[in-house]
Ligand binder design. Structure first.
Ligand code: ATP
Ligand code: MG
Length: 519
C-alpha cells in the first residue's frame, strides 16, 4: 500500500478530532463472487465530520465494499466495528439501526408510489411507523434545510434520475443516519447541481455526520473530500489527503499506470442526412407536452450533441426517435424514410442503435447471461440460429470475442448480466449496439458512471464510429465532454432547442446560461 505524505496529514486537526471518535472501522474485508475477488482484504476507517472519498475505476470493488457495510452482502472474511463495538450487519435494516444509510448507484424506489410514501415505507422498515401525511412536513423541513427541491406528492415514475437520487438522500436523512454512503451520486448531475450536492454534503459533515462518497472522478474526489481512499482491483492502493496530490498522481494511483488521453476529434467528412427531425412534439409520462416543436438534422460522420439539464425533454425526445414513445405531432426521417412511430425493433433492424439512459432496466435483461445480452439483437440471425434452434456455442464464442474486444470484466460469459459492475454493464451495451453496425447511434449520457479510462474508451469508440460514417446523436449533461467530441451542439431547455452551434463557435459560459434558461 502506497502512503502518500499521509503522515503530515495525520497532524491536521480535522483528523485528530475524528480519530478520538472513530465511527466505523472495516478490517480486512474479503468478498468473492465466483472467481472474482471484489474485495481483497480492505481496511477502512470512517470519522464523523469528514467527507471520505472512495475512489477507484470500474470494478475496483467500491460498491461491493459499501454494500457490505450496508448489509446487502456478507463479507467472506473481515470485521466491522461501529463506535468501537464489533457488529454483524446482516441486512440494510441492521445497518440503518446502526445509523448507516446508503444512496445507491441506481435508485431503488417504488415507481408507483409518491415521494412521501416511499420515505414512509423505508422508515417502517427500520421500525418507525410514520404515515406519509405525518412525515410530509418533516420532509419539507429537511429539504429546505439542505436546499433541495422536492414535491412530496410526486410519484417516483414522474421524476428524473437526479430527482430520484435526491429522494434517496432524503430517505437516508429521515432515518437519522450518522454515516451517509453515496454511490456515485454525481453521475447524472449538471455542474450546478453538483455544486449544490457538494455544499449539502459539506453541511451534513459539519453537523458531525460521516459522508462516504464513492466516485471515479478525480476532480470530484479532490474538490469535496477530506480524505481519499483509492481502491484498485479490490485492494487499497493508497490513502491520501486531497491537498497533497495532483490530479495526475491520483490518476496514476487509481489506474496503476500513466493515463494518456487518446480522444481527439476530427472534423467530419460526410454529409448525407441520416436523421431528420421535423417540428416534433412529444408528451411526457404525466401527459403534458415535454418536447415542443423540435427540428434538427444529424449527418453522416457527425456527432450532434444535445446538452441540457435532465428533465427538459431530452428523454422524451430520444424515446420518440427510437420508437419507445409515441410522437404526438411532427415527423422523424431516417435515411430519407418517414419512420415516425415505427417500432423500436424495426428501427433497430434498419440500423438505429441506442445506448439508453437507464442501463439496468432498458439496456440489459438483468437475469439473462452476459452472452445472451450481447446477442439480444442478433440471436435470430442465420449466424446464430437455424430454423429450429439457437446455436449457443456460436453465441458464446462470439460473446467471448466481444468481451475481449471491449475489455468487459466478467468471470464468464455465462453469468447473469446484473452481476457486472456498472461500468462493465455499460461496455456490454456498447459492444452489443456497435456490433450491429448501425447507421445512427443514439447515445444518452454514454459515459455516465464510467471512470477515466472507460470514458476515453467509449468516446474513442464513438469517434471511430463517426469516422466510419455513423451519425451519432448524443444526449449529454457533461458540457466539457460534449465540446471535446461533438461537431455540433444544441441546447435543450423546456422542450425546445435553443440554438444549434458548430462546436468551434460554442462558448461554454453562454451554453451554460442557455441550459438554465437565462439566455
Ligand atoms: N453480485 C455479484 N456477482 C458477481 N460478481 C460481482 C457482483 N457484484 C460485483 N461483482 C464483481 O466484483 C467486482 C467489483 O464490483 P463493484 O461493483 O464493487 O465495482 P465498483 O468499483 O463499484 O465499479 P463501478 O465503478 O463500475 O460501479 C466486479 O468485477 C464485478 O463484476
Ligand atoms: Mg459501483
Amino acid at each position: 500500500m502506497l502512503k502518500l505524505k499521509l503522515i503530515e496529514k495525520e497532524k491536521s486537526p480535522k483528523i485528530e478530532i475524528g480519530k478520538a471518535r472513530l465511527l466505523v472501522e472495516m478490517r480486512n474485508i474479503v468478498k468473492k463472487f465466483y472467481r472474482v475477488v471484489a474485495n481483497d482484504g480492505i481496511s477502512l476507517s470512517i470519522y464523523p465530520g469528514q467527507i471520505h472519498a472512495l475512489l477507484g475505476e470500474n470494478g475496483a470493488g467500491k460498491s461491493t465494499l459499501m454494500n457490505i457495510l450496508y448489509g446487502v452482502y456478507r463479507p467472506d472474511e473481515g470485521e466491522i466495528y461501529v463506535s468501537g463495538r464489533k457488529v454483524s450487519i446482516k441486512s440494510p435494516k441492521d445497518a440503518m439501526r446502526l445509523g448507516i444509510g446508503m444512496v445507491h448507484q441506481h435508485p431503488r424506489l417504488v415507481e408507483a408510489l409518491s415521494v412521501a410514501e416511499n420515505i414512509s415505507l423505508s422508515l417502517t422498515d427500520v421500525g418507525v411507523f410514520a404515515s406519509p401525511r405525518v412525515i410530509k412536513p418533516r420532509i419539507m423541513e429537511l429539504a429546505r434545510k439542505y436546499g433541495m427541491k422536492v414535491n412530496p406528492d410526486a410519484k417516483i415514475w414522474q421524476l428524473s434520475y437526479s430527482e430520484r437520487q435526491r429522494v434517496e438522500l432524503l430517505r437516508v436523512l429521515m432515518q437519522n443516519a450518522k454515516v451517509l454512503i453515496l454511490d456515485e451520486p454525481t453521475t447524472m448531475l449538471t455542474s450546478s447541481e453538483k455544486k449544490e450536492l457538494f455544499s449539502m454534503l459539506r453541511k451534513m459533515a459539519s453537523e458531525g455526520k460521516a459522508v462516504i462518497f464513492i466516485t471515479h472522478k478525480l476532480e470530484e474526489a479532490l474538490s469535496v473530500s477530506d480524505i481519499i481512499t483509492v481502491l484498485r482491483k479490490g485492494r487499497v492502493a493508497a490513502q491520501v489527503a486531497p491537498e497533497e496530490v495532483t490530479v495526475e498522481e491520483l490518476a496514476r494511483l487509481m489506474l496503476g499506470y500513466e493515463m494518456i488521453s487518446t480522444v481527439k476529434r476530427e472534423p467530419h467528412r460526410y454529409d448525407g442526412v441520416v436523421l431528420k427531425v421535423e417540428n416534433l412534439h412529444v408528451l411526457g409520462d404525466a401527459g403534458v407536452p415535454m418536447v415542443k416543436g423540435v427540428s434538427f438534422e444529424v449527418r453522416q460522420g457527425e456527432i450532434f450533441t444535445i446538452c441540457g439539464v435532465a428533465g427538459n425533454g431530452q428523454r422524451e425526445l430520444v424515446e420518440a426517435i427510437t420508437g419507445l414513445r409515441k410522437v404526438a405531432r411532427g415527423k422523424v426521417f431516417f435515411l430519407g424514410r418517414d419512420v415516425t412511430n415505427t417500432s423500436p425493433r424495426l428501427l433497430a433492424d434498419m440500423g438505429v442503435a441506442h445506448i439508453p439512459e437507464d442501463r439496468i432496466h432498458v439496456g440489459i435483461v438483468p437475469d439473462m447471461s452476459v452472452a445472451e445480452n450481447l446477442a439480444l439483437k442478433k440471436y435470430r440471425s442465420p449466424e446464430f440460429s437455424t430454423r429450429f434452434t439457437v446455436m449457443y456455442d456460436k453465441i458464446y464464442e462470439w460473446a467471448r470475442s466481444l468481451i475481449k474486444q471491449y475489455s468487459i470484466i466478467a468471470p464468464s460469459e455465462k453469468i447473469p448480466a446484473k452481476h457486472l459492475s456498472g461500468g462493465n454493464i455499460q461496455r456490454l451495451i456498447l459492444a452489443r449496439e456497435f456490433s450491429g453496425e448501425p447507421r445512427l447511434m443514439v447515445a444518452v449520457n454514454p459515459t455516465y458512471g464510467l471512470d477515466v479510462a472507460a470514458t476515453n474508451f467509449i468516446l474513442s469508440k464513438l469517434l471511430e464510429a463517426k469516422k466510419r460514417g455513423v451519425a451519432v446523436l448524443m444526449i449529454s449533461e457533461d458540457l466539457e465532454q460534449a465540446l471535446k467530441v461533438s461537431d455540433k451542439i444544441a441546447v435543450m431547455y423546456e422542450g425546445q432547442l435553443k440554438g444549434i452551434f458548430p462546436v468551434e463557435e460554442a462558448d461554454i459560459r453562454e451554453i451554460e446560461l442557455m441550459m438554465v434558461g437565462v439566455k
